[in-house]
Design a protein around this ligand. Structure first.
Ligand SMILES: [Zn+2]
Length: 496
């Protein structure tokens, strides 16, 4: 996400219903099931009900239809998952919408709803290790979710259609699933809209068929995707397709006609930015790239949706860099919990600094120094806000997108670079991106904390201390001025 503030303008734009489940027939007693319930969350420190226990989703097959005039969404979600324990029941996250039926392995299942939890009780036992297929049919008026920080996500109506955005929890407004970044899956998303509208999603467009006044767009995402970066954009768009480089990486951009003129020049930089980012951060982790540009008031922020980020309003170059670099940090390497969002945003923000440094702008050291002195932003309040909390310790869900997560996160990364030197730094960063390249199953990552933190924690430079120390620019921070600097031997061992 980009809600980052820059010098000018001082602050850039960047940033339930509990409906009774229609009873499914033939629920019976659920006899034969010997397992236990999977659980209604995965213990995220900021969003405890996000995600669900007892299974991992491997694939979502979504078939959706949206009528903008009626503001009506109908869908069938086919979910393929693997049980990680013996299950008598499991939850899916879904907000709003009416559930019409649920089947598990083709048999009607019983279910119930409470808040964002859709609890499914299959007829037959699901044993640990079983792969099972769930089908949920649903429809209704999709909801817009207002986050604890007052931003809006989920299903956003736009002047000519809709925009579905999901950080951190909005995807449960348009499909049932295991909505936590620790469970990634591949996706097929088919969207039917009135003829004349476009429907843009993640991955690659496999087909586009018009029949009976409606057009169905089918998108395929092979690389594992966290649901918070799944996206849908429905409306009138100028579509452009091209390729980058010898490998012919497909580029698909969709731009609201109102934003076409303002976007043309900056979107033409996508190939250059992709080449620059690949040089710095290693091979691009996905099969296609691009961008969606909607109108400024459609969301009020930009988001690193997988393959092609969404911008509300034509982005500036640094914002485009920020969201494209998120493809490496945030989309491919994902946080295990929302406490680790500073790793997403720290790297994406630091990429903006690196881009400026490489393109005749301020050096990363100048930016760091100005932030540390407290005169980077035009207003004193903004300069002070950077120090409100350690980046990995927002005080509540309302603060996970605050300045420390972005700016102080980037400062941490700068200190690591300064400590180890450029050669080791880029080895670390590329090794980290390669080692944790879109893992489909985070359950395989043992230990606490984000798998992505391994390298940073290994350095012991900032991370451990960030968790325990606050400070202001006038209170020297251990991670800023500690001498002698800690050993970073562990970094080298976790490199490529
Ligand atoms: Zn971001």
């Amino acid at each position: 996400m980009s809600r980052s503030a820059r010098r000018a303008p001082a602050l850039a734009s960047c940033v339930l219903l509990a409906l009774a489940l229609t009873a499914c027939s033939g629920g019976g007693s659920g006899g034969g099931v010997e397992g236990t319930a999977g659980g209604s969350g995965v213990g995220d420190p900021y969003f405890p009900k996000a995600g669900n226990g007892g299974y991992d989703v491997t694939h979502y097959d979504l078939k959706l239809a949206y009528d903008p005039d009626r503001h009506h969404l109908s869908g069938t979600a086919g979910i393929t998952a693997r049980a990680t324990k013996d299950l008598s029941a499991f939850d899916l996250d879904l907000k709003g919408l009416d559930v019409e039926s649920v089947t598990v392995e083709g048999k009607d299942a019983r279910g119930g709803r409470s808040g964002q939890e859709l609890t499914v009780r299959p007829r037959d036992e699901l044993a640990e290790g079983d792969t099972f297929r769930v089908k949920v049919r649903y429809s209704g008026t999709p909801v817009t979710i207002t986050d604890p920080d007052h931003s809006e996500e989920g299903w956003l109506r736009t002047a000519d259609g809709a925009l579905a955005l999901g950080e951190p929890t909005g995807s449960m407004a348009w499909f049932p699933g295991n909505h936590h970044p620790s469970d990634k899956a591949s996706y097929d998303i088919a969207v039917t809209v009135p003829k004349g509208l476009e429907a843009v999603s993640n991955g690659e467009l496999r087909s586009r068929r018009t029949s009976g006044g409606r057009t169905t767009f089918t998108w395929h995402t092979a690389e594992p995707m966290a649901s918070y970066v799944a996206m849908l954009a429905i409306g009138h768009y100028d579509i452009s397709t091209t390729t980058i480089g010898e490998d012919e990486l497909p580029v698909y951009t969709a731009v609201d006609p109102e934003q076409a003129d303002a976007s043309r020049k900056v979107l033409a930089k996508i190939p250059e930015i992709m080449e620059w980012a690949t040089y710095n951060f290693g091979p691009y982790p996905f099969s296609s790239t691009g961008a969606v540009v909607d109108r400024e008031d459609d969301a009020g922020y930009d988001l690193e949706t997988q393959n092609r980020p969404v911008f509300t309003g034509a982005p500036d170059t640094e914002t485009l860099v920020h969201e494209l670099v998120h493809q490496w940090f945030g989309d491919s390497v994902t946080p295990k919990s929302w406490r680790d969002m500073w790793l997403n945003e720290g790297f994406a923000t630091y990429a903006e600094w690196l881009w400026q440094e490489d393109n005749g702008g301020d050096s990363t050291q100048d930016i760091f120094d100005a932030l540390y002195r407290g005169d980077y932003f035009d207003n004193a309040k903004a300069n002070k806000e950077i120090w409100a909390f350690p980046p990995a310790k927002p005080s509540s869900a309302a603060h996970i997108s605050d300045k420390p997560v972005y700016w102080r996160g980037a400062m941490v990364i700068h200190k690591i670079r300064q400590t180890v030197g450029d050669d080791a730094f880029y080895d670390i960063v590329q090794g980290w991106a390669a080692a944790h390249r879109h893992p489909a199953d985070h359950a395989a990552d043992a230990g606490s904390g984000p798998p992505t933190c391994g390298v940073v924690v290994g350095c012991r430079l900032p991370h451990a201390r960030l968790r325990s120390r606050g400070g202001t620019p006038t209170t020297p921070l251990t991670w800023v001025d500690e001498s002698p600097l800690p050993s970073c031997d562990l970094i080298r061992r976790t490199g490529p």
